[in-house]
Write a new protein. Structure first.
Length: 126
């Protein structure tokens, strides 16, 4: 499976590399398919490609919720269960309402940038 990595995901002004890899390098007990490494010069979100694409997408969103929690509160406030529920709920709402989410996230973005975004997405094999 060929999959492009997104160069960066900016969250509260910090750029995280979003990396897709077959192995996370840590035990399954420590993760649900994704991991954040933020205590480095190059913060990153790593998502396992061992799962189906929908799980990878949900995992990336789950890790982003973790980062938002930490960045907005100065530490980890939300429980793993809460992060999991929020990630699943946002992911489900997005999948059920793609037009609404497209409007929320894409309205107002200049067309040349949208063309680049969608060209990169369409070139990604699933
Ligand atoms: Zn988690």
């Amino acid at each position: 499976m060929k999959q492009k990595n997104f160069p960066t995901v900016r969250i509260f002004g910090v750029d995280y590399q979003l990396i897709f890899t077959p192995g996370l390098g840590i035990s399954d007990e420590e993760t649900t398919g994704g991991v954040i490494s933020s205590n480095t010069d190059r913060p990153k979100i790593v998502v396992s490609t061992a799962e189906p694409i929908a799980t990878q997408q949900e995992t990336a969103l789950h890790e982003i919720v973790h980062i938002c929690d930490r960045a907005s509160s100065g530490g980890r406030i939300l429980s793993e269960k809460t992060v999991d529920r929020m990630g699943r709920a946002i992911y489900g709402a997005g999948r059920d309402n793609p037009g609404l989410f497209a409007w929320i996230f894409l309205a107002g973005i200049p067309k040349p940038i949208l063309r680049v975004i969608f060209k990169n997405l369409l070139e990604t094999d699933q």
